[in-house]
Design a protein around this ligand. Structure first.
Ligand code: PGA
Length: 253
């Protein structure tokens, strides 16, 4: 069975109950494009309400703790995410790697904790601008993968990888389609080296300033199986255009 393109919105620290109207509109739009798998990752506080509000899209968390429960004030575990209605979790987003000092080993532990709780995982990797300029972007990203890919059990089965160059996030700048393709080929090679045949089916998403205007071009790049979208996922209008671009490519590409 062909793997559907996966278009995921990361709402970051945005999303009051008033924004459930956007989630409902995104859900209605997604139901018109059955050839695309669509999901939203709202803040923890909105996961339960969003799960109730939508039918056809996935709802997930943006992070989880490595432990299932305990004295970790302010943290949220993978089983708690499941309990509130999440079906996946983003781990290792560059904002957490940078601001919460998350290491590859911690990201791997989070990915394994999420999978152990039954959640799908979107594992984020990406180089900084200085690392890109130094010519080492592929090594940086494959080293991040080596340190943070989950290894426990059937790890490749419920895994997606999101390639998000740090310098492209929220900046309006995107890599060339050739650079995206080259990085995605390197990621694919690492996945196959790590998981064997199962690594060939892991979806590799591109993320960083994806919008309605550039989605078709980025999604058509080599080995790109979807997109992780921040700012342009906050309104149904812009996110639906990206879902539509993925659907058109899946149909004709
Ligand atoms: P952006 O964010 O689309 O706003 O650049 C992407 C992300 O951080 O996942």
């Amino acid at each position: 069975m062909a793997v559907l393109p996966y278009i995921v919105g990361n709402w970051k620290m945005n999303g009051t109950r008033a924004m459930l109207a956007e989630a409902r509109a995104i859900d209605r739009a997604a139901s018109r494009f059955p050839g695309v798998e669509v999901a939203l990752a709202p803040p923890f506080t909105l996961i339960g309400a969003m799960r109730e509000a939508v039918n056809d899209i996935g709802v997930g968390g943006q992070d989880c703790h490595v432990k299932p429960s305990g004295a970790y004030t302010g943290d949220v575990s993978a089983p708690l995410l499941v309990d509130t209605g999440a079906d996946f979790c983003i781990v290792g987003h560059s904002e957490r790697r940078a601001m919460a000092h998350e290491t590859d080993a911690l990201v791997r532990a989070k990915a394994e904790a999420a999978q152990a709780a039954g959640l799908g995982v979107i594992l984020c990797v990406g180089e900084t601008e200085a690392e890109r300029d130094s010519g080492h972007a592929e090594k940086v990203v494959t080293d991040q993968l080596a340190g943070s890919l989950p290894q426990a059990g059937d790890a490749a089965a419920k895994l997606s990888v999101a390639y998000e160059p740090v310098w492209a996030i929220g900046t309006g700048r995107v890599p060339s389609v050739d650079d995206v393709g080259a990085m995605h080929r390197a990621i694919r090679a690492k996945l196959v080296a790590t998981y064997g045949e199962a690594g060939a089916a892991v979806r590799v998403l591109y993320g960083g300033s994806v919008n309605a205007g550039n989605a078709a071009e980025l999604l058509a790049a080599d080995e790109v199986g979807g997109a992780l979208v921040g700012g342009a996922s906050l309104t149904a209008e812009s996110f639906t255009a990206i879902i539509g671009a993925a659907a058109a490519l899946a149909e004709h590409g």
